[in-house]
Design a protein around this ligand. Structure first.
Ligand SMILES: *Cc1c(COP(=O)(O)O)cnc(C)c1O
Length: 385
């Protein structure tokens, strides 16, 4: 057994990031400025996106996208219960109603075949999440959105970099929101990016900075002027140059990070796929998985312990894990407001009860990966039925 605890998902920050942050701190501009603009340019280029707007979180990006689209009270937005609460919270923030649609049993992404039954005359948008980094089945979702005049907003917090049918997630014209939270595939500590068309992002940028028609960088620069107008009561969602300093170097390293994530996922799958007590994650042939999470599912009927005990046993073997996610409809706010029962979305609920996210990040050594594999197989051997 391992003698030191293996944390679930620490960030991987190098000397380059540290030096760039120091350089920013020593400069005369620490908030949104030249480094944020450079990060936006490079991110857009990396994805082949029509445009990119750096913000202070993915939650801010999703919220700004909804407001930019004019979605508000009386409207409904279709999304998945199998996600982090932020996906649904932003729909509440604009006064609209999140309408959950259950997930596919293999990918745990929103099930396109169930969306049409959830449409009402009030439906305005569909918000799929690329769970764990596996792209949602976008073609049928786009078809439904087009047929019913609905907006499509992607929660791509896990999907960097990922491809659906050859197309990079974030390269399409609809709004797509990325997260740079500490545990995500690219981190700026806190941060996010909204991609979409330049026209859409120009409106979103005004909303994301107080509703002001000129941003502070231009106002205080040499060519700037003191005059601005507030056209709408906007938010304070801008990214700082300190965050962008991290992002610039994380983005350079992203292809190597992704290669390593893929390699680790393949090692886990090779070790676990033959065990009847375990179900390994899928990667459909028409996608490229971002491998943000490695969600191992337990075949509970083949084990004498539940998921909570399995996690406890791994912890005793010095392996840190997590659970993604507690389905949104189980949280008291949503349960009480909308009267949900756990079984209302049975695929999401049943998979929640048997999911464990294993450590998956580029800082893991081969030895660490072997330790995780050994610990999981040891628990299985001890508690198989
Ligand atoms: C992390 C996460 C978010 C929120 O990202 P922030 O940058 O922390 O706001 C949204 N959706 C999903 C699916 C996430 O995992």
């Amino acid at each position: 057994m391992r003698d030191s605890f293996l944390p679930f998902s620490p960030p991987l920050i190098g000397e380059e990031e540290i030096q760039e942050v120091v350089d920013t701190l020593r400069s005369e501009w620490i908030t949104t400025g030249p480094k944020t603009k450079e990060f936006e340019r490079r991110f857009q280029e990396f994805l082949g996106a029509p445009g990119a707007l750096a913000l202070n979180s993915c939650t801010a990006a999703l919220h700004t996208a909804l407001v930019t689209l004019g979605i508000g009270p009386g409207d409904e937005v279709i999304t998945t219960p199998h996600t982090f609460a932020a996906t649904a919270n932003v729909i509440e923030h604009v006064g609209a109603r999140p309408v959950f649609v259950d997930v596919e049993p293999d990918t745990l992404n929103i099930d396109p075949s169930r969306i049409e039954a959830a449409l009402t005359p009030r439906t305005r948008a569909i918000m799929p999440v690329h769970f764990a980094g596996h792209p949602a089945d976008l073609d049928p979702i786009r078809e439904i959105a087009q047929a019913h005049g609905l907006a499509l907003i992607e929660d791509a917090a896990h999907a960097l970099p990922a491809r659906y049918r050859g197309q990079m997630i974030g390269s399409s014209r609809n709004p797509v929101a990325f997260s740079f939270y500490a545990t995500k595939n690219l981190t700026t500590a806190e941060g996010g990016m909204l991609t979409g068309t330049p026209d859409f992002l120009a409106k979103a940028a005004v909303l994301a900075l107080h509703g002001m028609t000129r941003d502070a960088w231009k106002r205080y620069g040499k060519e700037g002027s003191w005059y601005y107008e507030v056209t709408v009561p906007g938010f304070k969602y801008n990214m700082t140059d300190i965050q962008a300093s991290l992002g610039l170097h994380q983005l350079r390293k992203l292809p190597e990070f992704h290669r390593r994530r893929r390699e680790i996922a393949a090692r886990y799958t090779a070790a676990f796929s033959e065990r009847e007590e375990l179900v390994v994650p899928v990667e459909r042939p028409d996608v490229e998985h971002a491998w943000h999470l490695y969600v191992l599912r337990l075949n509970l009927s083949a084990l004498t312990i539940d998921r909570a005990r399995f996690i406890e046993e791994l912890k005793q073997r010095n392996i840190g894990t997590s659970v993604h996610f507690i389905p949104v409809h189980l949280h008291p706010y949503y349960r009480e407001k909308y009267g949900y029962r756990p079984e209302d979305f049975p695929v999401s609920y049943e998979n929640y009860l048997r999911s464990i996210s294993l450590p998956l990040h580029p800082g893991l050594s081969d030895r660490d990966v072997d330790d995780v594999i050994e610990a999981v197989l040891d628990v299985v051997r001890e508690f198989r039925r």
